[in-house]
Design a protein around this ligand. Structure first.
Ligand SMILES: *Cc1c(COP(=O)(O)O)cnc(C)c1O
Length: 361
């Protein structure tokens, strides 16, 4: 029988706190492609690969952490889970809770969630509340509720999430045969930045790899607390998945940066959307805006002369473009794309396309 990928808990059971007592709740997450990106290699002189996390079951890397968090929650007897979310955590928690037959409660900032993600959470039957505040307010309330009521917190402040997410680094190493020189990653709460660093560090300790990658994390300029060195009260950016003003894993992320000779940078929204266009049009990978910041970060750092020619570079793109597709219709500078309308007439359409008949020499 053909091998089917078993999800990260079974594939990496020896590397995670999974025992006979753990009921494995999986939708087959992980095993995502690491795609060579010749167009980005040509632009930068580096050897660039894209880890396409939009290929996970709910369309983001959150599934790697959620399979672990929900499985452990149930092992500990939870009947309901709660999370704050900029969108993808809610979609993932809702799907895994539905699969396990438990209730998911989701707190999201009112009016700030991409339609695709909201639709997923509702479809998977989460109890979804729009809070009249920011993501950071939602997380504070979710923490208080989980401390005082019988609901289990599945945000990335829950270490099970980080544990599940570290498996992405294992997959990169399996494909490349060693750690890359640079790992680029979008940063919101910095949980994933922390998780990749942990995964790569474990590989080095096991003697599988020869080095740690330099961990390069990027925040949107309007939402860049780690870069600024202080919380941002009203974060604003088109990259809604990383619109976070007070990252939960801030301290862990600074430690990870220092341990890997890493870097945190900020990228403005226009550059994020430019990178989104390049990744879509030149590499063929469709992501949500937050994910494109990995590409924007590489282009900016390459321009700054920090990426030596021939470096092995992995860009993690965190979420699928279909979750928040409207940005693809925006052209550079602000206008909207309106596809040309044509009559039902082959000759006229050929004319519009600038085609001449093949027979005509
Ligand atoms: C959650 C998320 C992020 C940010 O990850 P953190 O672990 O919060 O830093 C980035 N991109 C997408 C698409 C996300 O859903």
């Amino acid at each position: 029988m053909a091998h089917q990928w078993q999800g990260v808990l079974r594939e990496y059971a020896d590397r995670l706190d999974v025992t006979e007592a753990t009921p494995i709740v999986t939708l087959g997450e992980g095993g995502t492609p690491l795609i060579p990106a010749p167009a980005l290699s040509r632009r930068t002189g580096a050897d660039v690969y894209v880890k396409f996390e939009g290929m996970n079951p709910t369309g983001s890397f959150k599934d790697r952490g959620m399979t672990m968090a929900i499985s452990k929650a149930i092992e500990h007897g939870a009947k309901a889970v709660i999370c704050a979310s900029t969108g993808n955590t809610s979609a993932s928690a809702a799907a895994y809770a539905a699969h396990a037959g438990i209730q998911a409660v989701v707190l999201v900032p009112e009016g700030k969630i991409a339609l695709g993600k909201l639709s997923q959470a509702i479809a998977h039957n989460a109890e979804l509340l729009q809070v009249q505040g920011t993501f950071d307010d939602c997380l504070d309330i979710a923490r208080e509720l989980s401390a005082n009521y019988p609901v289990h917190l599945v945000n990335s402040v829950n270490n099970d999430r980080i544990e599940g997410q570290k498996t992405a680094a294992f997959e990169v190493v399996e494909v490349l045969g060693d750690a890359p020189d640079f790992q680029f990653i979008p940063v919101g709460n910095a949980g994933n930045y922390t998780a990749y660093t942990r995964g790569y560090t474990e590989e080095l300790e096991r003697g599988i790899t020869t080095k740690l990658p330099r961990m390069f994390g990027f925040q949107a300029a309007g939402s860049a607390p780690i870069v600024l060195g202080h919380p941002v009260k009203d974060p604003e950016t088109v990259a809604s998945a990383i619109r976070i003003g007070n990252p939960a894993s801030w301290e862990l992320a600074l430690a990870a940066r220092d341990a890997t000779n890493g870097y945190f940078g900020a990228i403005d929204d226009e550059s994020i959307l430019d990178a989104h266009r390049i990744l879509s049009a030149e590499v063929g990978i469709f992501v949500e805006p937050a994910s494109a910041i990995s590409v924007a970060g590489l282009l900016e750092r390459s321009e700054a002369g920090v990426i030596p020619a021939g470096s092995k570079v992995v860009l993690t793109v965190t979420g699928h473009g279909l979750k928040d597709p409207q940005w693809a219709l925006r052209v550079a500078g602000g206008g909207e794309v309106t596809p040309t309308v044509v009559p039902v007439d082959t000759a006229q359409i050929a004319g519009v396309l600038g085609l001449s008949p093949s027979g005509a020499a």
